[in-house]
Design a protein around this ligand. Structure first.
Ligand SMILES: [Zn+2]
Ligand SMILES: [Zn+2]
Length: 249
């Protein structure tokens, strides 16, 4: 199977915990021959290194400037939002949703919950997950999955990042709903998620995918060999991958 990827929709910069600047990521994307790059730093509630609301204007201005400077590549201003409650809340307040060109959403542990209830239900229970009895594990897995589904229903999410990493999820249910809401599931080259088995399960439900670098350093932008290996092993057709030149939906 031949994969030709033309975009990287998931890259970090110094605005969260990446090591490089927006411009360095853009330059690397150009060097790798990409036509599109998204700058997607962590959402506002990420503990210690989420981007600040005050960064929005600065980043937008910086990206506008780079768009004029580098005309061979499309630069998207995005965010990797955090899931923050079982009701599918994310850490981007309603009034800032339209500030972004692209919204990715994933589960991360190091997030400040909106309330003590969210802290217990979503974060503490997932932390305790390995030692929970089977019945409780099933409940947590169900709640996690539905939280992701509610978020897809409530927000214009482009991609669920690294599904299955850091949190147990029913991949088939997630994939069915992702398809329904035109949300892509990410094969993440940094974490090595989704795994081959997850991709196969999600494929059967008709989901579409995106293979991203999740670069935390400029030199990692466009570095998706691990993701391609997973896609190839799962037998994923290139026309089901949003950032492939063969994508057709
Ligand atoms: Zn992430
Ligand atoms: Zn990331």
């Amino acid at each position: 199977m031949e994969y030709c990827l033309t975009a990287d929709f998931h890259t970090h910069t110094r605005y969260s915990h990446g090591k490089g600047t927006i411009e360095q990521n853009v330059l690397m994307a150009l060097q790798k021959g990409l036509k599109k790059i998204a700058i997607t730093d962590h959402g506002f509630n990420h503990f210690g290194f989420g981007m600040g609301i005050s960064d929005i204007d600065r980043m937008r201005r910086e990206i506008d400037g780079l768009r004029k400077k580098y005309r061979d590549i499309e630069i998207l201003f995005g965010v990797e939002a955090n899931l923050t409650s079982l009701d599918g809340d994310i850490d981007i307040p309603e009034e800032y949703i339209n500030a972004f060109d692209i919204i990715l959403m994933g589960f991360h542990k190091a997030v400040v919950p909106f309330s003590a209830k969210d802290g217990w239900q979503l974060f503490a229970k997932n932390m305790l997950y390995p030692i929970l009895p089977l019945h409780d594990k099933e409940r947590v897995r169900h709640d996690n999955t539905m939280a992701m589904v509610f978020a897809m229903e409530r927000y214009p999410i482009h991609t669920i990042t690294h599904p299955g990493a850091k949190i147990d999820i029913d991949t088939a249910i997630l994939a069915r709903n992702a398809r329904k809401h035109n949300v892509f599931l990410e094969i993440n080259s940094y974490h090595g998620f989704m795994t081959v088995d997850y991709v196969r399960t999600a494929m059967k439900q008709g989901a579409c995918f995106v293979i991203n670098s999740d670069a935390h350093r400029p030199e990692q932008v466009g570095e998706v060999s691990k993701g391609i290996m997973i896609a190839r092993e799962a037998g994923l057709p290139p026309d089901r991958i949003a950032n492939s030149k063969d994508f057709s939906q």
